[in-house]
Write a protein that binds this ligand. Structure first.
Ligand code: IPD
Ligand code: CA
Ligand code: CA
Length: 263
């Protein structure tokens, strides 16, 4: 096994183990707290999943850095590998018993996206990609769609937790896109939205003010599935998640024409 394969194996194992926790605790009574806004939630399951994932990385790869959403990660100044972990992407869905959420783990080597794993525990779908190695769902290669007409496209987007107070709230983009595309979904898990672009289920996705852990795995999935990822101006995908446009490539420019960072 080369190092990428070792990292992929560990990422897959811990994503599945965290997914098992999510499946077991789904629709049970949860301790739910708020973070940056009253609509920004965190549950005990987010924290338990993060502890499991970060604990396993620390044990098996103590030299690696970890950035994890709930703060359980650790920097390592001289680390070659950095794990970017969203222990539960889709917490609002999870807290409401809406069956769409996932574990997302992206791993960079010397700052370059190298491995991505997204696990949906309810559908038992494990998406993974390695740089140059392609993108897969449960071991089968996936590709972006071939749709070239925005009017026939199924798109997805999302809204940041500051939507109630921010002027740049993505609402006007949504209005423009819903009139241009066949349909636009807002399904509450950016990591899965990106995987669905990679798998050809969605033809395109855009969102603003995401975080590195939302996109670390999904961007690699889309790239490796033959799609295109960029910021809102068409420059290479922004690993911060601040501006994310991911498409099958064919629809990219048409989407960029309608999307404005200001809303
Ligand atoms: C959120 C989801 C959602 C997106 C939000 C994210 P979380 O992640 O990915 O789809 O619209 O911007 O923060 O908080 O459930 O991990
Ligand atoms: Ca997230
Ligand atoms: Ca999360």
């Amino acid at each position: 096994m080369n190092e990428t394969e070792t990292v992929l194996a560990l990422a897959t194992r811990v994503a599945r183990e965290a997914g098992d926790i999510q499946r077991r605790r789904y629709e049970t009574e949860l301790d739910v707290q708020t973070k940056s806004a009253s609509i920004d939630l965190v549950t005990e399951v987010d924290k338990a999943c993060e502890a499991l994932i970060v604990g396993a990385i620390e044990r098996e790869r103590p030299g690696d850095a970890v950035l994890a959403e709930e703060g359980g990660g650790h920097d390592r100044a001289d680390a070659r590998w950095r794990w970017v972990v969203d222990p539960l992407d889709g917490t609002t869905n999870y807290a409401h018993g809406y069956p769409r959420f996932a574990v997302s783990i992206g791993v960079e080597c010397e700052g370059v996206r190298q491995v991505g794993v997204v696990y949906d525990p309810l559908l038992d779908e494990c998406f993974h990609a390695t740089r140059g190695g392609g993108a897969f769902r449960n071991g089968h290669a996936i590709r972006v769609s071939d749709e070239r007409d925005l009017g026939q496209a199924l798109l997805a987007t999302g809204f940041a937790y500051d939507v109630r107070r921010a002027m740049d709230d993505n609402v006007e983009n949504f209005g423009r896109m819903i009139k241009a595309a066949r349909a636009v979904r807002r399904d509450g898990s950016a990591a899965l939205d990106l995987c669905y672009v990679a798998a050809g289920r969605f033809d395109g996705f855009w969102e603003f003010k995401l975080s590195p852990w939302d996109v670390a795995a999904g961007l690699l999935l889309v790239e490796e599935a033959g799609g295109r990822c960029s910021d809102a101006g068409g420059a290479p995908a922004d690993p911060s998640g601040r501006q994310t446009v991911a498409t099958n490539g064919w629809l990219h420019d048409a989407m960029l024409e309608l999307i404005r960072p200001g809303g």
